[in-house]
Design a protein around this ligand. Structure first.
Ligand code: DX5
Ligand code: ZN
Length: 230
């Protein structure tokens, strides 16, 4: 039995505003997410190098920080994240997540994030062995398992992720490590229950939240219900 059972926490939802239809109206999206009870705002930072796509940088994160009280879950899909972690912590990231594949020295970068006062997250691509992250659990506050190849919203969930979530959950619990487990990519009400049952604490969702024509509130309710149904 692991820590989440018994006094199990409800699932946490981290909507990604990457898929919000109109970035000039981001304040409206943030207000809608607050009203709907989102637990975090997930911000996808892409550099056109680590991933094919380019999104936004620290100045936009700082503007979002000023526009919402929700915790900012900043996902850096950039090479050499050590060059930018200070800028993103200063911009207001509460959780700052780097990719294990993006730096030679993830242990050092994770420590630096903590020393700067943010929670340190480590993201792992679908093709990367989990062992690469397991050694780093003592310096992680969060592990983010990618369930798509990063770069774009709206991709299809990779089913193999489920066994990776189970394995990482087991490793975290076996160590008694206070590490949150987040899953990102292609999450919808159709798979949220399985991802949650496999051991995820936090679900990221872009398309399932902002592409739901019933609105953000109904989308978050549907995800919560699907995730915690069992
Ligand atoms: C993928 C990003 C995700 C993505 C989520 O590179 O890290 O956060 O935007 O969007 P959906 O839920 O549409 O896969
Ligand atoms: Zn993301």
């Amino acid at each position: 039995m692991h820590g989440r059972q018994g006094g199990r926490q409800p699932v946490a939802l981290a909507p990604s505003i990457l898929n919000s239809s109109d970035l000039t109206r981001i304040a409206e999206s943030l207000a809608a997410l607050e009203a709907a009870g989102a637990d975090y705002v997930h911000l996808d930072v892409m550099d056109g190098h680590f991933v094919p796509n380019i999104t936004f940088g620290a100045p936009v994160v700082a503007s979002i920080r000023a526009a919402t009280r929700l915790p900012l879950d900043v996902h850096l899909m950039i090479t050499q994240p050590e060059r930018y972690v200070a800028a993103f912590v200063e911009a207001g990231a509460d959780i700052l997540t780097i990719h294990v594949e993006a730096t030679y020295h993830p242990h050092r970068v994770l420590q630096a994030i903590r020393e700067m006062g943010a929670r340190a997250g480590l993201a792992v691509n679908p093709g990367t062995p989990l062992a690469n992250a397991q050694e780093l659990l003592p310096v992680c506050d969060l592990v983010l398992l990618m369930s798509v190849n990063p770069g774009f919203g709206g991709q299809t969930f990779i089913p193999l992720t489920l066994q990776r979530v189970r394995a990482m959950r087991g490793e975290i619990d076996a160590r008694g490590a206070p590490v949150l487990l987040e899953v990102d990519g292609g999450i919808s009400a159709r798979n949220a229950g399985m991802v949650r049952a496999a051991g995820a604490d936090i679900l990221v969702a872009g398309t399932a939240v902002f592409g739901d024509e019933r609105g953000v509130g109904a989308a978050l309710s549907a995800l919560r219900e699907a995730a915690d149904r069992v």
